[in-house]
Design a protein around this ligand. Sequence first.
Ligand code: ADP
Length: 579
Amino acid sequence: MKKIALVFVTAVFVPSLVLAWLAVRSLRDQQLVLERQQYLLYQGVADALAKEADGFVTDQQHEFGQRAETLLAGGTTAEVTRLFDDRMRTNWPNALVTCAVTTQGEILSPQPNASPAAAAFYADFGKFLGNRESAQVYWNANKASANGGNGENNNSQAQNSLRNVVPQGNQAAEVQNYSKVASSETEFRQLVGDANEGTIARFVDNKLRVLLWHRSLHQTNLILGAELSMPRLKENLGTIVKGLDPALTNDIAVALLDDMATPVAVSRDGFHANWKRPFVATELAEALPHWEMAVYLLDPAKLAHSAHTLALTLGLLIFVLLLAIGVGGWLIVTDLNRQLTLARQKTDFVSNVSHELKTPLTSIRMFSELLAEGRVSEPEKRQSYLQIITAETSRLTRLINNVLDFSRMERGEKKYQMRPFDLAGLARETVETYRPHLESIGFKIEAELPETEIMVNGDRDALSQVLVNLLSNAEKYSNSAKAIAVELERIAGESRIEMRVLDRGPGVPRGCEERIFEQFYRAHDSLSSGIQGSGLGLTLARQIARAHGGDVIYRPREGGGSCFILSLPMEKQATRVNP
Ligand code: ADP
């Protein structure tokens, strides 16, 4: 048993535990994978919208360039440059103020006092555009048209500042906390270099001002500029945010945040959140420094919930799997154990049967030799020896019959000759056949059998074998209290007949009342009790009784001893009275 337990632990229990551990680990990984997938999906959305917003500013830059060239082509340079601001703004409301400056720093348009906006423009950009002062700006020259850009300026970029927003998603990976865009202190002339167009962003009194510039194609020392109207820009970028893929609108809201993390546009009307704590966010390029395209989960608990459901489903699956392995393993072990017990019982059976064959054979041989040699002269002794030989022969016959019947039943070859007969007559006959033997060894046998015939439909020989087995057991397990009773009774109202064989022995040990009917099972061990047996007698008795629609059961006898009951259904043709 210890060996089986060891096999069970190493072959089933430990591998299942390892399996469970691996499964739980993969469960946790699954959750991370789910979170990561969601992070990547929404980061992709934020990136795409941010790119679209950046693209919009670039488009504005190109559009301005084209419009400026069209204007320049429509008149003399002097006239166009002088009236540039007026003409440009009439046609292009996206610009707040436009300007025409030379690379030498002369501002040709607008006139300083043309409008309040022009005056403010002069105040804020006049010195910078006139190359009289440098300024802290974010700039992005169109690298494609720039002749190599200006490496010096890039190098002089200030240390990246911390971002205003702190994205919550992707806790597993490192969150980018530093801003990717940085300002640098530079002069306009230096910034323009020999590039053809670009964007300059600058904070004046904490307000963002965006300036597009374009170098005239024909007069390369002439730079045309336009400060973008912020309300118009916000309106246009709002359309991009509102154009969020409808498939996502039930899960997320997107907001375009300005440099103070205040929403400029939100994809979903009436949506509010802690704007500084989006799920994921992407910074816009230098044209709109520190602006972010931020994604917020509409139901932040949804991911945790679906991860929880996934974990629960998988957990349940693992549990069921482990349970199945456990139950399966347990069943295998029990079956193995049963097979081992059976194998052991079979070995015991072989040695018991050999012994049972040997004992009567020895007596038969000894007494028959005595008789054959004529060494016994007294007739009583001869008579008694002959009786012993007869008893031992019938014991042998009984044993061989039991073994043969058992193997026939095992193979399903046992056939019964069913016909109605008188059970009371059979009981009387069997008891009387057995009586001389029992009385010769000091037994008292009482038979309470009815005078009337009790008809049953069955195999007479098989049922006789049941009674013989029960009587033989009563004899074997009676110890010194040598009194056996056989009773036959019709159970009123139940159409059932009970035949009882009772003794005054120690009875069947507690807990073995059912097991004694199992094949080869012996409650009294041959070695310790000295009582010979094969463990087949009751198995056969019960199988025969059940084949007749009845049963054999055990009850402890009142006042001590055993009571084995053979119950059989009564023959329909009722009882005949003895003549
Ligand atoms: P066997 O008698 O050959 O061992 P059985 O199948 O006839 O096999 O009986 C099974 C077991 O039931 C016996 O080993 C014995 O322990 C128990 N048993 C049977 N009859 C009696 C009885 N009359 N009193 C006590 N125990 C009994």
